[in-house]
Ligand binder design. Structure first.
Ligand code: C2E
Ligand code: CA
Ligand code: CA
Ligand code: CA
Length: 266
């Protein structure tokens, strides 16, 4: 009989091999690719209050959504290259705009919890934060395709960054991939309700009840709420009636290039 130990070793070996194969396919696919920041505005009562930085991959002159690559990128160090390159690119660009920014303006970046273990990501976030001081607040949206993966080190980084003014948002709330219990984790300032809950014009009682519960939760805990994926005037009016204040979605604007964002909104 094969012992459990040998089986575990074999599993570990194959899992490492799988990771290596994924990484080499990924690096082959991303040779000569460029990580380009797109930005989608977020509104509060018809006024722009910030933007979400969204990765686009430029390959052979064509811009691609990152979705196809994300899980592979997040399973290795490439995701840290992505985040650092977006942070430093956006920082250099906005340095020229510091005077033109609205008050209390923020930019958010998507990271997974594991990235809070990366010293270079922490350094890049800290640099960004210090460069703009009060002009641009940094928000880190924690996205997680699996379960949220906070270890003690990540939590500690989160607390340190929070102390230096960086804010945290819990992304895709209500989609199933985020979970209520993470609200308890050190200081999330914002909940971003997933578009599966904002598309409530189908009259689903379950969805509208969950939405009401999230609204109550955010109110009682003093956490900001952003509805994302808002596409129609009807959804917008309904969400507004319910008491949602912050909005993001195609109704307002698609994600646009950083140049377009600055020209149009600042
Ligand atoms: P997300 O963080 O939930 O970002 C919102 C996504 O919804 C974006 O897709 C955006 O283009 C799309 N969206 C915005 N408004 C609407 C709308 O009204 N209707 C619909 N149908 N879609 C809307 P995108 O840019 O393709 O990004 C997909 C996901 O990729 C993001 O979802 C985020 O989880 C991830 N992502 C993007 N950039 C990064 C990054 O730099 N790092 C990491 N780790 N993940 C990223
Ligand atoms: Ca996000
Ligand atoms: Ca989201
Ligand atoms: Ca999403």
């Amino acid at each position: 009989m094969i012992s459990t130990k040998i089986l575990m070793k074999a599993e570990c070996f194959f899992s490492k091999a799988r990771t290596l194969i994924k990484e080499s396919i990924l690096s082959a696919e991303l040779t000569d690719a460029e990580f380009v920041p797109y930005v989608q505005p977020v509104y509060k009562a018809d006024v722009i209050v910030g933007g979400e930085v969204l990765l686009r991959i430029l390959k052979n002159g064509i811009l691609h959504s990152p979705e196809k690559y994300l899980s592979a990128m997040e399973s290795c160090d490439v995701i840290n290259d992505v985040t650092c390159s977006l942070l430093s690119g956006v920082k250099s660009y906005f340095e020229g705009y510091a005077g033109a920014l609205p008050n209390d303006f923020y930019l958010s970046f998507n990271i997974c919890a594991r990235q809070l273990n990366s010293p270079r990501v922490i350094k890049e976030v800290t640099d960004f934060n210090e460069t703009f001081e009060d002009r641009i607040a940094v928000v880190l949206e924690i996205v997680e395709r699996g379960t949220m993966d906070f270890d003690d080190f990540a939590l500690e980084s989160m607390q340190q960054l929070t102390a230096s003014g960086v804010r945290f948002a819990i992304d895709d709330f209500g989609s199933g991939s985020s979970c209520l219990k993470y609200i308890e984790h050190a200081g999330f300032s914002t909940i971003k309700i997933d578009s599966c809950l904002t598309v409530i014009n189908n009259g689903s009682l379950v969805y509208s009840t969950v939405l009401d519960a999230i609204l109550m939760l955010s109110k009682n805990l003093g956490i900001d709420l952003i509805a994302e994926g808002v596409e129609t005037e009807e959804q917008y009016q309904l969400l507004k009636q319910k008491g949602v204040l912050n909005f993001q979605g195609y109704l307002f604007s698609r994600p646009v290039s950083i140049e377009h964002f600055a020209r149009q909104y600042l």
